[in-house]
Design a protein around this ligand. Structure first.
Ligand SMILES: [Zn+2]
Length: 443
């Protein structure tokens, strides 16, 4: 047994009572054993005095494979972003580039306190991405993008229905439950209209059969949503509802352009919406009605989306924006700090189907913990202030001191313990040069 003690911190537990405790957290192997312990020693002791201990952040929507494309697709809407940049670039990714992209994304997320993510990858090579999750110690639920239908406007089509399913099942067999449950497979039709009705039906059946998540994009861009609604089946969420896709295992990224009826469908089905405020702002997609979704009882998580539409993978940024951007419309009490921290932790865990394992600091849960310092001048004056408000409004990724995933310390003193930043830089630069030439995109 390997033991670890996080000592003297202010623990924001996110337990059912949302308690904040001055307590030590004692971990054996990958699990939290005690919160508030009399133990004074362990194999590893993390000093959290003066700091906040918070559950590792859970991002409900990212694309690890896109991290090499940071800064390559500025100032476009999502249709041009996909058609002119992201789709050609993704198609040009080779195995080593996919692995270096995933490692870079994971390193960036770990350093900013994210310990788990739900991810849609590209059509090919997802074994490289999930392999990187396996070796780095990160926690992820995700899968390859499935695309067997040409969506008008974006010029993206990838594979036949049979290829989409067979490739997904191969990955599921290799990775579902791997790494002692750190990785789970998800079936990921790329968008509501990138999959045929047949592929959606197979996705629903196989996700139930294998107890896997379904993750896709929906109702992101106003013109795109209206155009596709006119071609077939109504607006995205209603369309997915008509195909039987909406259920507690379904996570829809964005849902910016949804009707009141669709918000009710999301609530009654138990589906999760992954809110991506930076991405929705940068791609000029709009403001998702998140306060209305929460009021209706929809589970909402938070995500940074892909690097080229953000351009960071930093949960502190997403929390701050999620709290701020809706207030001018709904008033200062809408989107309170605790709502936002729930989205970043326990609601994200629910999105990933891992609410019984992660998302809060409680005995029996997996030890995904983050120690955040609050001695920076941007967080002064110090003293006994509400740590929830501090996390959402004041603190930054540079305040992250220690990050533990499944009991394994992957960041200490603000530095990666197992990955080498120089190697990540070198591999990323070398990979993106090769990929951009192949995609004929100027870097
Ligand atoms: Zn996305």
């Amino acid at each position: 047994v390997t033991s670890l003690l996080v000592r003297d911190g202010t623990v924001v537990t996110m337990d059912p009572r949302r308690r904040v405790l001055d307590a030590d957290v004692y971990v054996e192997d990958s699990r939290i054993v005690e919160v508030g312990t009399t133990r004074s020693t362990a194999d590893t002791v993390v000093d959290a005095s003066g700091a906040i201990v918070v559950p590792g952040f859970v991002q409900a929507h990212v694309h690890l494979c896109q991290s090499l494309f940071r800064g390559l697709a500025d100032d476009m809407d999502v249709v041009d972003w996909l058609r002119r940049r992201i789709w050609p670039l993704e198609q040009a990714l080779d195995g080593p580039a996919l692995r270096s992209a995933a490692r870079l994304a994971i390193a960036e997320m770990l350093l900013s306190g994210t310990t788990a993510a739900l991810t849609i990858e590209t059509v090919h090579g997802t074994e490289e991405v999930l392999g990187a999750v396996m070796e780095t110690g990160f926690r992820a639920v995700g899968g390859k993008a499935m695309m067997d239908r040409l969506e008008p406007g974006t010029e993206m089509v990838g594979e036949t229905t049979d290829e989409a399913i067979q490739r997904s099942l191969e990955l599921l067999r290799a990775f579902h439950g791997a790494g002692d449950g750190r990785i789970h497979y998800a079936f990921c039709p790329r968008g509501a209209r990138n999959a045929t009705d047949e592929l959606w039906a197979l996705t629903v059946r196989l996700a139930e059969e294998h107890d896997a998540r379904i993750h896709t994009h929906a109702a992101e861009n106003r013109a795109q949503t209206a155009r596709l609604a006119a071609t077939s089946g109504g607006t995205d969420v209603a369309y997915l509802q008509s195909l039987g896709v909406l259920s507690p295992r379904t996570v829809l990224a964005h849902c910016v352009w949804v009707t009141d009826e669709e918000v009710a469908m999301l609530a009654s089905s138990g589906a999760t919406v992954a809110h991506c405020p930076s991405s929705n702002l940068k791609l000029a997609s709009g403001f998702a009605p998140v306060p209305e979704m929460l009021a209706a009882g929809v589970n909402v998580g938070l995500g940074a989306d892909g690097t080229p539409c953000n351009d960071n993978l930093d949960m502190f940024t997403e929390m701050r924006l999620a709290a701020l951007i809706h207030k001018p419309r709904v008033g200062p009490e809408g989107m309170a700090a605790l709502d936002v921290l729930e989205m970043a932790t326990i609601r994200g865990a629910r999105a990933l189907g891992l609410e019984d394992r992660i998302g809060s600091i409680e005995p029996g849960k997996r030890a995904d913990l983050v120690v955040v310092r609050r001695d920076g001048l941007h967080a002064q004056p110090g003293g006994d202030r509400d740590p929830v408000g501090q996390l959402v409004y004041e603190l930054r990724s540079s305040d992250v001191d220690t990050v533990i995933v499944d009991g394994r310390p992957l960041v200490r003193g603000g530095e990666l313990t197992e990955m080498d930043p120089d190697e990540l830089r070198a591999r990323a630069s070398e990979s993106v040069r090769r990929v951009a030439v192949r995609a004929a995109v100027e870097v």
